[in-house]
Design a binder for this molecule. Structure first.
Ligand code: B1M
Length: 212
């Protein structure tokens, strides 16, 4: 199994979309669990490239290409991750905050929430506070989920919370935040009820928030 997952990681890292699809399909056929393919195959691939990027050994175009390859892999996995549980556990309005264009992690959070019975309205990237507020209102959201990968856009999460407050919606929704630089301490600081470190714990956290 490890070599199979390693092959997926390498294919993501070098941005070979065809190879990603091929190795994901092979892994599925040999019975590797879809969640293992995601967490131990696809995600480490993009993380390895991230490390090269940080060390100045990879550049933005390579990252774009690998992101596209990763997306293809996720598409292959989607039908297998989709849970049989169609019961709506709650509605989550989800987005990457204004100023930030990173969405790979957010897409994974969406995928896992949907696979576990949540309805997700994904607002995309660079989402303004007004858009979060309108969507929360329009879809009667139970949870507003915000993602960010940039330290510089973390304070925007607080802006969204203030905008929800101003719109009289704060008491109707729970806030869940996440993204690489985000911590539980930061969530406490901005009075967000929920924080998750990864897409799997995001499901547990959303389930917990629904019970509050
Ligand atoms: Co950018 N980037 N990037 N980038 N990028 C990072 C984040 C960075 C750490 C790289 C580095 O310098 N080492 C750095 C941020 C530094 C910082 O502020 N702390 C950085 C930078 C600086 C930039 C630019 C400014 C670069 C430039 O232009 N000079 C620029 C900013 C553009 C913008 O947003 N305005 C930029 C651009 C890009 C690309 C567009 C090329 C591309 C994004 C493409 C895309 O997303 N469609 C990109 C990428 C891919 C990365 C790295 C390499 C990988 C990010 C990723 O997808 N990780 C990243 C380096 C790294 O992380 N090692 C880097 C994999 C993903 C599965 O993990 O997103 O953490 P993650 O999601 C996890 C959890 O965090 C959690 O669950 C997910 C799945 O388990 N989670 C949540 C996420 N959201 C959640 C929400 C929740 C709960 C959990 O509740 C709602």
């Amino acid at each position: 199994m490890e070599s199979c997952l390693g092959a997926i990681s390498r294919a993501v890292e070098v941005g070979n979309a065809k190879q990603v699809v091929k190795t994901v399909k092979e892994a599925l056929t040999t019975g590797v669990a879809p969640l293992d393919i995601l967490e131990r195959g696809l995600v480490p691939g993009i993380q390895a490239l991230g490390k090269l990027f940080k060390d100045g050994q990879a550049y933005l175009p390579e990252i774009f290409i690998s992101c596209r390859a990763m997306d293809r892999g996720i598409e292959e996995l989607k039908p297998y991750l989709a849970g049989t549980n169609i019961h709506n556990k709650g509605t989550v309005v989800l987005g990457t905050v204004e100023g930030d264009l990173h969405d790979i992690g957010k897409k994974l959070v969406r995928l896992m929430l949907e696979s576990n019975g949540f309805r997700v309205e994904d607002l995309g990237v660079d989402v303004s506070a007004d858009s979060f507020v309108s969507a929360a209102h329009e879809h009667s959201a139970n949870i507003v989920g915000m993602s960010t990968l940039l330290t510089i856009t973390m304070p925007y999460m607080s802006k969204v919370i203030n905008a929800l407050e101003q719109a009289g919606l704060r008491h109707k929704v729970k806030i869940m935040i996440g993204g690489a630089p985000v911590t539980r301490e930061f969530a406490d600081e901005i009075a967000a009820e929920g924080f998750a470190e990864d897409c799997v714990s995001a499901v547990d956290e959303a389930t917990r928030l629904m019970k509050l």
